[in-house]
Design a protein around this ligand. Sequence first.
Ligand code: NAD
Length: 513
Amino acid sequence: MTVDTLSNVSHLLASLGLEADNPGAFAGTWIPTHGERVVSLNPATGEPIAAVHMASVDDYERVAAVSLDAFREWQTWPAPKRGEVVRQLGEELRRHKAELGHLVSLEVGKITSEGLGEVQEMIDMADLAVGMSRQLYGLSMHSERPQHRMYEQWHPLGPIGVITAFNFPVAVWAWNAMVAAVCGDSVIWKPSHQAPLTALAVTRIADRVLKANNAPPIFNLAFGGRAGVGERMVADRRLPLISATGSVRMGREIGKVLADRLGRGLMELGGNNGILVTDDADLDLALRAVLFAAVGTAGQRCTTTRRLFLQKGIAAEMKRRLVDAYKSIRVGDPLEPGTLMGPLIDETAVTNMLKAIDTAQAEGGKVLAGGKRIDRPGFFVEPTLIEATVHMPITCEETFAPILYVFEFEDLDEAIRMHNSVPQGLSSAIFTLNMRSAERFLAATGSDCGIANVNIGTSGAEIGGAFGGEKETGGGREAGSDSWKIYMRRQTCTLNWGTSLPLAQGVEFKVGE
Ligand code: NAD
């Protein structure tokens, strides 16, 4: 089937301003693109939805030039006025929530409520950023010198490059773009080659809002792969910050280029998240949380639970309940009510999952549930539970699929050691009703992750807190708290309103004496 014959989605595409073939670069206006033609597939059927032509490096240059000009003007707008534009963008996204959510489900296979949730996250980010636009606070310090005043102020940084992964095709842009916009920056977005359509649709909406406000074109887009646009963008010295979300492999590649040009990087990379369940835990709560965190989004969240540590006293019962629950998970069309797990993103993801299961078995793991591809069109697999030990090297890797490794432990210190023994450090959780165990897990010697929860799973973070992880997860922080600071340039100012020139640290420098 060709994209042109796919009439069942043409109404949806038209309602979002999309066509069967679309240019993949926006520089204040859609520009013709000269790169490869990419057909976005529906992973639930393997059928095409629509095509997008990638930007070439020359096309990217046009986008970057426009974004730089837009930044020069936008940085002069007062931050609360910038916030007002972002408020209107949030309103416009509210109006289009149903269609956008549907497109997210079609393009990346999220179940309906998760597709809608992803758009809601963009709206929440807009609301948060509006508030931030009046709270870009700097500190004021007491100078050691008389009649001097010292303070810090925060200025816009420049055009920001935002590289996103397929699994949060629009929310991650919003985490960055909404905050960067109120900070006075322009944004160039390079979406994943596996999810260009949602990015195009969101860029159209954002552009309408900018034009209605006579604002410069701060939300631009250059769709391309890792080679070409991706690499050019990361090396572009006009972009002081590259925010990159994706695999650890990608982070390593980008990190080297940024280090060479001394650019700023905001890395949101892979996770290998664990949940500990102690003997005293509320097992009903733990079971529900593990299922959502391990199986939700078909295991394709950076915060997906991939490792489960069960204390010996409850291990047998939890495994039995998990196996029963895994067998009852409804896998299928993500847009059908009642489906809990949709497809993987593509054929490669299926192959990688099956390979990981083989490796786990070769290393001594035992499949307790699932383990196979589902025989139907699209990229469907069974959610898989594997009994494992920490000596299995595969359990230290992130396989972006619904595989949950289950371990047993005697005491909490041992569990924390096992939990922290992997190279990634994104999200973690403990299920316990014992206050001492909870605090032990949250202490400095407890979980080594950027996110640590008690009686809540590892995924589904709220935007109010800073989001990100340690170790190979890259150290970046996005969304709430004071994450806005990375999108700005800090300036320390000292002002002398007196008639003498005392030097700091008591240094004397008397000319002519
Ligand atoms: P990926 O690394 O294959 O690609 C991510 C993005 O980086 C894509 O846009 C890709 O084109 C681009 N890219 C890759 N190499 C590049 C290079 N050398 N230069 C410039 N751009 C480059 O990841 P994916 O398969 O799309 O997404 C899954 C991965 O993303 C998982 O590892 C997941 O954990 C991670 N992820 C992390 C977070 C987080 O916040 N920590 C959120 C979502 C996804």
